[in-house]
Design a protein around this ligand. Structure first.
Ligand code: T1G
Length: 697
C-alpha cells in the first residue's frame, strides 16, 4: 500500500486516509493506493463500512494539476468515483480543510458526507479552464439541484459546510470528524437500504423550470464570463443530465472535459495558477529568514495609506497610522472606518468582527509613536523631497531592525534609502489601488537591501494574501514601465489613423475589461500628464512623442473626474460617449506632423499594442528587473487587467509564436527603429528555437 494512502481496519470499519501533503492532491500514486485500499476493504468480510478521510490540512483538494498536459495514467479518477459509488458497503467521506475539485467528486460518489464547521467545499475547475471531470457535473445537480450546482461549478468559488448542508451536499456537520464518521457509519450500516443504493442514480426531472433555469444561466454567462469556454460547457453537461442516464451523462462529461483540456484557454489558466505561486520563490528566501512583523506603522492616511492600513488590519497586524495634522488624520480615520462600515452594511462582516479589527488600529499625528513598530510603510505624496524628509525622520525614530518601506510607484528606492544610515533596511512595497483589494504587490529591491528584509516583504505579502513580484529598481519597476511603453504604442496607432475608440474596442475584444483611453479617463489624465512632464527633461529626443493627451490635459479634460477626457460623461454615467471634439484635436495633431491617417484593423492594433508590451517585457527580463517571464505575466494579470484566459503577455507570446512576434517587431522597426527594435532576448530565443517559458525556472 503506497504510504500516500493508509488503510486501517478498526473492528467492522475500514479507515482509508490520504497522506499526500500539502493538499492531498490526487496524483497517480494516491489513485493507485486508493484503489488498492478500496479493494482490500471491500474484500475484508469483517468490514461493514468504509471511511475516507484526509490527513494534514485538508481532504483532497483536487486532481494533481502538475499531471495536466501529460498523458493521463490509470487508474483515472472518474473510474475510481464510479467504483466508490458501486461499492456494496457504505462509504462515508469525512471532509475538512478545502475539499475541492476531484476531492469533492470523490465525496460526491460516496454514499454519505460529513464535514466540520470550517470546511470549505467547491469545484474550482472552471478557474483552470476545465470542468469537474470525475462526475461532478452529473452528481452535484442530483444532490443539490440544478441552480445551486450551476452556481458552484461556473463560479468555481467554494461554499461553507453550513451552506452545503442546507442544499443537501453534505449529510452532517460535526467536529472530531473521525469519531463522528465512525458513529455515523455504525448508525447507517444497519439501515434497511443496505447495501446503499445512492439516490445519485435518479435522473433529474426534465421540467420546464429546469430548462428555464439552464437557459437564463446561459444568458447570464454570456455577460459575466464573456469569451470563456468552460462555463458554457459546464452548462452543456448539466443540460445533458436532464435527458441522459448517469452512465451516458458521465461519458458526455468526459468528452467535454477532454475538449477543454486541449484548449489554449485551459493551458493559459493553468499557467497562471502556477505562475502566481512561483513568483513567491525568490533567491533571498533561500538565503535568509524573514524578520517577525506584528506591529506596522503606516505614514499617510490618503487613498494608499488607508488601503494599506486596511490590508494590514485584515492580516491581523497592529497598525499605527500617522498623519501630519488633525484634519489629515481625521480624513485617514474616515477612510479606514468607511471600508469596514461598508463590509458590515453588505453583510460581509458583523459588528463584533469590525470592532475587533479596529481595536488594532491606532491613528495619531505623532511620528514618535513609530519608535517600536517592526515595519513602517510610507505612503505620502509622490514627491522625492517629501519622501526623503519622511525617511530622514524615520531613520532617527524607528527602532534598530525595523523595516522601512516606501509605497512609491516609480521613484528611485536607492535614492530614498540614501538619506538613511540603514539602507540595508529600506525596501520598496508598491501596492496597487485600492490596496485592500488589489492583490498585486511589487516588491522593489534596492542595491543595499538585506536579504532578510526582502524575505520580510514577501512574508508580509503572504500574510496580506497578496501576490508578490520581485521587481528591480528601474523607472516604473515592472508594471508601470511596461505600461508606459504600450501606452506610447497606442498613441502612435492613434496619431497614425485609428481613433481612440477603435483602439479601446480592439483591446476590450481581446479580453481586457477596458481599453487604454477608457483607463486614461478612469485613472485621471492628470496623473500621466505629470509623469510625462517629469520625464520630459530626460526623454530621448529621437523617440517619437505624441502630444494628443497633452492637448486634452491642457483643456483640463482629465477624464471621468472632470466630466470629459477622451470620452464625454453625462452626470452620473460611468460609460462615456465618443467626442467629436477629441477627434478634431487628433486630426489637428496629425496635420501638424503631416501624417495622412490610415486604417487599422483590430488585428493590426493588437499586433502593435501587444508587440510593444512583449518587447518591453523582454527588456525587463534581460535587464534582470524581473526574475522570470511568468513574473511579468503575474504582474500584468493581477495589476493591469490582462485577460487571465490568455495567461499574461509572456505566455501569450509563446502561444502566438515568438518568431511571429519578432517578424512584427522587425516590420514595425522599418517605420521607427528607435521604438520598435526587437529586444536581444527575443532575437536570441527565436534563433535558439526557445520561448519565454524556457526561462521560467
Ligand atoms: N495539484 C497540484 N499541486 C497543487 C494543487 C493541485 N490541485 N493545489 C495546490 N497545489 C500546490 C501549489 O502549487 C503549491 O505548491 C502548494 O500546493 C500549496 O498551494 C478531475 C480535473 C487547496 C486552496 O483547482 O486552490 O480536480 O508552490 O500555495 O494557499 O474534476 O492550493 O508549494 O510548490 O495554493 O494553502 C481542482 C487548487 C484541480 C485546487 C490551498 N482543484 N489549489 O491554498 O496553498 S482540477 C484546484 C488551491 C480537478 C477534477 C479536476 C489551493 C488550496 P508549491 P497553495 P494554499
Amino acid at each position: 500500500m503506497a504510504e500516500v494512502i493508509n488503510l486501517s481496519i478498526e473492528e467492522d470499519l475500514a479507515i482509508i486516509s490520504f497522506n499526500n501533503p500539502p493538499v492531498n492532491s490526487l496524483g497517480l500514486a494516491v489513485r493507485k493506493g486508493l484503489v488498492e485500499a478500496l479493494n482490500a476493504a471491500e474484500n475484508n468480510v469483517n468490514v461493514r463500512a468504509i471511511i475516507l478521510i484526509g490527513e494534514g490540512s485538508t481532504f483532497p483538494a483536487g486532481a494533481d494539476i502538475k499531471e495536466f498536459g501529460h498523458p493521463p495514467q490509470e487508474p483515472h479518477l472518474p473510474a475510481i468515483c464510479d467504483k466508490i459509488e458501486k461499492t456494496k458497503k457504505p462509504v462515508i467521506s469525512a471532509l475538512h480543510g478545502t475539499a475541492l475539485g476531484g476531492g469533492l467528486e470523490i465525496a460526491l460518489s460516496s454514499h454519505y458526507r460529513i464535514a466540520s464547521e470550517k470546511t470549505k467545499i467547491g469545484l474550482p475547475e472552471v478557474h483552470l479552464g476545465l470542468l469537474p471531470g470525475a462526475g461532478g457535473t452529473q452528481r452535484l445537480p442530483r444532490l443539490a439541484g440544478i441552480v445551486p450546482a450551476l452556481k458552484i461549478m461556473t463560479s468555481g468559488n467554494p461554499i461553507s459546510s453550513t451552506e452545503a448542508l442546507k442544499i443537501g451536499i453534505i449529510d452532517k456537520i460535526a467536529e472530531d470528524l473521525l469519531l463522528n464518521a465512525k458513529s455515523f457509519a455504525r448508525e447507517n450500516m444497519g439501515k434497511n437500504n443496505y447495501p446503499i443504493t445512492s439516490n445519485i442514480q435518479d435522473k433529474i426531472i426534465d421540467s420546464e423550470e429546469n430548462r428555464g433555469a439552464i437557459k437564463s444561466f446561459r444568458e447570464e454567462l454570456q455577460k459575466k464570463a464573456r469569451g470563456l469556454l468552460a462555463p458554457q460547457k459546464i452548462v452543456d453537461c448539466v443540460e445533458a443530465s436532464l435527458s441522459l442516464k448517469i452512465e451516458d451523462g458521465l461519458k458526455f462529461e468526459r468528452n467535454a472535459f477532454s475538449e477543454l483540456m486541449a484548449t489554449k484557454q485551459s493551458k493559459a489558466l493553468i499557467h497562471a495558477f502556477f505562475a502566481e505561486r512561483k513568483s513567491a520563490k525568490i533567491p533571498e528566501i533561500a538565503r535568509a529568514t524573514h524578520r517577525s512583523i506584528s506591529s506596522l506603522g503606516v505614514i499617510g492616511g490618503g487613498t494608499m495609506g488607508s488601503g494599506i492600513t486596511v490590508a494590514a488590519l485584515n492580516a491581523g497586524l497592529h497598525v499605527k497610522m500617522i498623519e501630519k495634522d488633525k484634519d489629515s488624520i481625521d480624513r485617514g480615520i474616515r477612510n479606514v472606518r468607511k471600508v469596514y462600515e461598508r463590509d458590515v452594511e453588505k453583510g460581509r462582516m458583523n459588528l463584533e468582527k469590525k470592532e475587533k479589527i479596529l481595536s488594532n488600529y491606532e491613528p495619531s499625528t505623532d511620528m514618535q509613536n513609530l519608535s517600536q513598530v517592526d515595519m513602517v510603510i510610507e505612503a505620502v505624496y509622490e514627491e522625492m523631497e517629501i519622501k526623503k524628509s519622511v525617511f530622514r525622520k524615520l531613520d532617527k525614530i524607528a527602532k534598530d531592525g525595523a523595516v522601512l518601506a516606501s509605497n512609491t510607484s516609480y521613484l528611485n528606492i536607492d535614492e530614498i534609502a540614501s538619506v538613511t544610515k540603514r539602507p540595508q533596511d529600506v525596501i520598496g512595497l508598491h501596492f496597487f489601488s485600492p490596496a485592500n483589494i488589489m492583490r498585486l504587490l511589487e516588491i522593489v529591491i534596492p542595491g543595499k537591501v538585506a536579504d532578510d528584509v526582502v524575505a520580510t516583504g514577501f512574508h508580509l505579502a503572504k500574510r496580506m494574501k497578496k501576490v508578490p513580484v520581485r521587481a528591480g529598481n528601474c523607472d516604473g519597476f515592472i508594471g508601470n514601465r511596461i505600461l508606459s511603453t504600450y501606452g506610447e504604442a497606442a498613441g502612435y496607432i492613434m496619431e497614425d489613423g485609428a481613433s481612440p475608440y477603435e483602439i479601446d474596442k480592439a483591446i476590450v475584444n481581446f479580453g481586457y475589461p477596458m481599453g487604454p483611453y477608457q483607463m486614461f479617463d478612469l485613472a485621471g489624465g492628470d496623473i500621466g500628464w505629470a509623469t510625462r512632464k517629469r520625464k520630459s527633461a530626460t526623454r530621448n529626443p529621437k523617440l517619437r512623442y505624441v502630444e494628443i493627451s497633452d492637448r486634452l490635459c491642457e483643456n483640463g479634460w482629465f477624464g471621468q473626474k472632470t466630466g470629459r477626457g477622451f470620452y464625454r460623461y453625462t452626470e452620473g454615467e460611468r460609460r462615456g460617449k465618443e467626442d467629436p471634439e477629441v477627434l478634431n484635436i487628433i486630426q489637428i495633431e496629425r496635420e501638424k506632423k503631416g501624417i495622412k491617417p490610415k486604417d487599422f484593423s483590430e488585428e493590426e492594433i493588437l499586433r502593435r499594442y501587444l508587440g510593444a508590451m512583449i518587447n518591453e517585457s523582454a527588456k525587463v527580463i534581460e535587464e534582470n528587473m524581473a526574475l522570470r517571464p511568468s513574473d511579468i505575466d503575474v504582474t500584468k494579470l493581477y495589476g493591469y487587467g490582462f485577460p487571465r484566459h490568455k495567461g499574461g503577455p509572456m505566455h501569450y507570446a509563446d502561444t502566438y509564436g515568438l518568431n511571429k512576434i519578432l517578424d512584427d517587431l522587425n516590420a514595425f522597426s522599418e517605420e521607427d527603429p528607435v521604438f520598435w527594435s526587437p529586444s536581444q532576448l527575443i532575437v536570441d530565443l527565436v534563433s535558439s528555437g526557445k520561448n519565454f517559458n524556457s526561462l521560467n525556472k
